[in-house]
Design a protein around this ligand. Structure first.
Ligand code: ADP
Ligand code: MG
Length: 156
């Protein structure tokens, strides 16, 4: 077992605080070179989860949804790996991700939206799919609204 293997499966996450806590558990398990891909609609909780990962890694800077930046490196405040936070929403191909020349070896890499682009980057990676069972098309984001998180290892 390594990386997120102990967390593979379904998790019921009732609140944003619980999502941050799940991220913190992940952050405690991830090592330099590990790659995690977050899938889920806008507002699902991908950045909230990443904030927890960053907190557990003890990295500098506020993890937020990058508006103009595709990738942001948060260096460790200690001796651990950096958090490389990528928002692949605006990327059109795996080649564009490749063009960023990201240093995956020395960081824990978390990619929002990147499932179709990451094949081949690492020998193995984990997918975290976040679903909002209660969401309708016009729903406002609530402070507390349950999510289902499904963690899968690739290749399986
Ligand atoms: N159970 C929950 N898990 C995660 N976020 C939640 C939950 N309930 C409510 N929220 C809220 O939903 C929003 C998720 O936003 P964000 O993490 O930026 O989503 P994404 O990065 O997927 O677009 C936040 O405002 C968060 O407080
Ligand atoms: Mg986001």
């Amino acid at each position: 077992m390594s990386g997120l293997d102990p967390l593979v499966g379904r998790h019921e996450i009732a609140t944003a605080a619980q999502m941050t806590a799940l991220g913190a558990r992940m952050g405690g398990m991830l090592r330099a070179g590990d790659l995690v891909v977050l899938t889920g609609a806008l507002g699902a909780g991908k950045t909230t989860l990443t904030r927890g990962i960053g907190a557990a890694l003890g990295v500098r800077g506020t993890v937020q949804s990058p508006t103009f930046v595709i990738a942001r490196t948060h260096p460790s405040l200690g001796a651990g790996p950096a958090l490389l936070h990528v928002d692949a929403y605006r990327l059109g191909s795996a080649a564009e991700l490749d063009d960023l020349d990201l240093d995956l070896d020395h960081a824990v890499t978390v990619v929002e939206w990147g499932r179709d682009y990451v094949a081949g980057l690492r020998e193995r990676w984990w997918e975290v799919e976040i679903e909002r069972p209660s969401a309708g098309p016009e729903d406002e984001l609530e402070a507390s609204d349950p999510r289902t998180v499904t963690i899968t290892r690739h290749p399986g």
